[in-house]
Design a protein around this ligand. Structure first.
Ligand code: AMP
Length: 351
């Protein structure tokens, strides 16, 4: 494609735009989704990590960086030249940081300001409480621990670096041994129940909230501890960790769906009252534990596509009900962008 001298953000032809994302996380479905909707796409890869995109032949064009630190004005001007719209995902936000994302010049799908609300645990909690969601208790200091808690260090990527404790003594044992110098953490009540990650999509173009699918994570070593006897676990002195390895699809009992839709509605409605640009739209995820009494405790929100949507490249049981084509979240994003372009409403979904 010939690079454009000037950006064509005002064009109402989808072929004048390119869907662009960083090669990691959920890029395969974002790129395939763009093609499925008849749009061109581009992937920005760290040198040496392009193999999956080439092997599955999902990308029309590649840009390369040696390192994500090298994300600079040059890369951005390449994107601007191509009239690219960046689709953020978990790795994008975590490699670049929300401040760097805020300063970015190319077109960006979503609300940049919302990333600060999801990455700051205090702000995130304020938002979710206002949306009247049930949240795990938070302990102000380790001395207050009076039952099972999960300790989360700030910026712990993919669950790595979390630990479980049941008393102040046990907290300090693990903390002092493994993380003596890291004092940026939160102590949350450990909720016993089934983790479910609900994938939503809210469209300001159609005004509709959709549930696209659900997953649970496959975590090391939390998902393998149950494979050995309790005595052996104790003898091996294993500490539970939650490093994410992959995702399983889930379908929940149907009677939980009405409340799940309402929870999503409230989170979107409250986001509009935060000082956060256009508020929350597009893909997002409520991460919850459902107890035996079917209470849904939300422990986190992700305000962008989550990797748990990856099992649904061919659509989920939920999207099969609504769409007559296989609808991944990646494809849903491309469809939203295409419709917004053709309706002359693109600026409404750019951050
Ligand atoms: P996260 O990285 O926040 O998605 O969480 C990683 C893992 O910790 C997931 O398996 C969650 O189910 C688990 N987890 C997080 N917070 C809690 C909590 N408050 N109670 C129980 N499990 C939790």
């Amino acid at each position: 494609m010939a690079p454009h001298a000037t950006p064509l953000a005002a064009s109402t032809k989808a072929k004048d735009y390119v869907i662009a994302t960083m090669g990691s996380h959920s890029a395969l479905q974002i790129l395939k989704g763009a093609r499925d909707e008849g749009m061109r796409n581009l992937v920005i890869c760290k040198k040496g990590s392009e193999r999956p995109y080439k092997a599955y032949d999902v990308a029309d064009e590649y840009l390369f960086v040696d390192d994500w630190k090298q994300w600079d004005a040059k890369i951005e001007s390449e994107l601007i030249k191509r009239n690219a719209i960046i689709i953020p995902h978990g790795s994008f936000v975590s490699y670049l940081g929300h401040k760097r994302v805020q300063e970015m010049k190319p077109m960006y799908y979503g609300t940049k300001e919302i990333l600060e609300w999801e990455s700051d645990r205090t702000m995130e909690r304020e938002w979710l409480l206002k949306a009247k969601l049930l949240l795990p208790r938070v302990f102000k200091k380790p001395e207050d621990i009076d039952g099972p808690v999960i300790v989360k260090f700030h910026g712990a990527g993919g669950g790595f670096g979390y630990f479980v404790a049941t008393s102040p003594k046990q907290f300090y044992e693990v903390k002092n041994r493994k993380y003596p110098d890291d004092n940026d953490f939160v102590i949350q009540e450990y909720i016993v129940g089934s983790p479910v990650y609900v994938h939503y999509f809210y469209s300001p173009i159609t005004g509709e909230l959709e549930i696209m699918g659900m997953d649970k994570r496959y975590e090391s070593n939390a998902d393998s501890i149950g494979r050995i006897r309790a005595e052996d676990q104790l003898a091996a002195n294993i500490f539970t960790s939650y490093t994410i390895v992959g995702n399983f699809p889930i379908v929940v009992r149907e009677s939980l769906l009405p409340e799940m839709f309402e929870m999503g509605d409230r989170v979107v409605a409250e986001s509009r009252k935060l000082k956060a640009g256009k508020g929350l739209f597009g893909p997002f995820c409520l991460e919850m534990i459902i107890t035996r009494k079917l209470q849904m405790f939300v422990f986190e929100i992700s305000a962008r596509i989550v990797a748990g949507t990856n099992p649904f490249i061919e659509g989920s049981p939920y999207t099969a009900l609504k769409y007559d084509v296989p609808m991944s979240t990646g494809r849903r994003i491309a469809r939203e962008i295409k419709q917004a372009i053709e309706m002359g409403r693109l600026s409404e979904i750019l951050g």
